[in-house]
Design a binder for this molecule. Structure first.
Ligand SMILES: Cc1ncc(COP(=O)(O)O)c(C=O)c1O
Length: 396
């Protein structure tokens, strides 16, 4: 049988009608523990001699359905869900990194991830080194390098990292390669197909898609994920609850449809912003002048739903522009059906020092837009109205 296509698998994979009741929607197994029935079976389950559910921190059937769906969509052997994207980052790195190991990351990253690397991992003796691009990887890799971590497109500057190049440069080494695939989603990019070890998500974003649940997921080789389940999940404890699992599972069913709308809307928005006198630069991988355009064409189905723009007039212009929006909501997060706008330097990336922000291009005039699935004409009207007002009020 030919492999079913993405949109079909997004709807169907990971769950079947309930064998007992026939329930068509995946049941929410709202339970903390599971009866093992007898002393002997309990002993076997805990010894790992028999498969089965034991306790909700380790696994739950609703969560398992979400994990199976994500594994299928990412083309991975398995997947593991967590209570947030940050819980996924913590579980993964705490399972595999030890004092003396080196973690190379290609910046920028989501500010919380970078903060975790510097504030939590580094004091435990992990050497954390930032690279500006995959081109610096060959020279930076050493005997101590245990993990290479990146996002593509990056948050918030939408820089593209060439995944096949990362895989080529790390091939033959004992290095785990991780792509945070939150911005692209498996609908646009599947990092494992390009040779990376893991794809990680803040499922809070496009996978859930409706801004009503926090979660994370990690897809990759089954044997490595079994280690993460028993150390990073079981011992650290950031498990996804059954209800959130249901919401994320339901959201993921419409991922293909929503991503088509997000990408089409973002392309229209990027085009509308380009050339406006108040805008110094538009960051969108779909624009031919974007430095990562060719890499995006190679590894993305479409160019994504995120657009960033640099305003002339810095912080003050950013404040006026954001306060002038009426349809876009000023809030962090992204990937919701509603459009969101944020000022990374004062919110998501505030914890980074000013010099790091400057180096990574997270300037005071940078605004990040998460383009929702509303009619793009209404979104462009909202943005242009606020930009026009800004252009009138300040000498840009
Ligand atoms: C790219 C990226 N990765 C990870 C995270 C962390 O995810 P969560 O907020 O679900 O913990 C975020 C959050 O904004 C993000 O944007």
């Amino acid at each position: 049988m030919t492999q079913r296509r993405f949109a079909t698998r997004a709807v169907h994979s990971g769950h079947e009608p309930d064998p007992v009741t026939g329930a068509h929607a995946p049941p929410v197994y709202q339970t903390s523990t599971f009866a093992y029935g007898s002393f002997a079976r309990g002993r076997r389950l805990f010894a790992g001699e028999e498969e089965g559910y034991l306790y909700g921190r380790i696994a739950n059937p609703t969560t398992r359905a979400f994990e199976r769906k994500l594994a299928d969509l990412e083309g991975a052997e398995d997947a593991l869900a967590f209570s947030s994207g940050m819980a996924a980052v913590a579980a993964l790195t705490l399972t595999f990194l030890r004092p003396g190991d080196e973690l190379l990351f290609i910046g920028p990253l989501y500010g919380g991830t970078e903060g975790f690397f510097h504030d939590v991992l580094a004091p435990f003796g992990v050497r954390v080194t930032e690279l500006a691009s995959e081109r610096e990887l060959a020279a930076a890799l050493s005997e101590r390098t245990r993990m290479v971590y990146l996002e593509t497109p990056t948050n918030p500057t939408l820089k593209l990292i060439d995944l096949a190049e990362v895989a080529r440069l790390t091939a033959g080494r004992e290095v785990l390669t991780v792509a945070d695939n939150t911005f692209a989603t498996p609908y646009l990019t599947r990092p494992l197909e390009h040779g990376l070890t893991f794809a990680l998500h803040s499922a809070t974003k496009y996978l859930g898609g409706h801004g009503d649940a926090i979660g994370g997921v990690l897809a990759g080789p089954a044997a490595l994920l079994a280690e993460v389940r028993s150390e990073g999940l079981r011992h650290v404890g950031g498990c996804l609850g059954p209800w959130e699992s249901f919401l994320l599972l339901r959201g993921t069913k419409t991922l293909a449809l929503r991503m088509e709308a997000h990408c089409a809307g973002a392309a229209r928005v990027a085009e509308a912003l380009r050339g406006h006198p108040a805008v110094a630069r538009v960051f969108y991988p779909g624009l031919p002048e974007h430095p990562g355009h060719e890499v995006a064409r190679k590894q993305m189905r479409h160019f994504g739903g995120m657009v960033s723009l640099e305003l002339r007039g810095g912080l003050q212009a950013a404040e006026r522009f954001l306060d002038g929006l009426t349809l876009f909501t000023q809030a962090v997060s992204l990937g919701d059906v509603e459009s969101l706008a944020t000022h990374p330097a004062s919110t998501t990336h505030q914890l980074l020092d000013a010099e790091t922000r400057e180096r990574q291009g997270i300037t005071d005039g940078l605004v990040r837009l998460s383009v929702g699935i509303e009619d793009p004409r209404d979104l462009c009207d909202d943005l242009l109205r606020s930009l026009d007002k800004l252009a009138e009020s300040v000498a840009v």
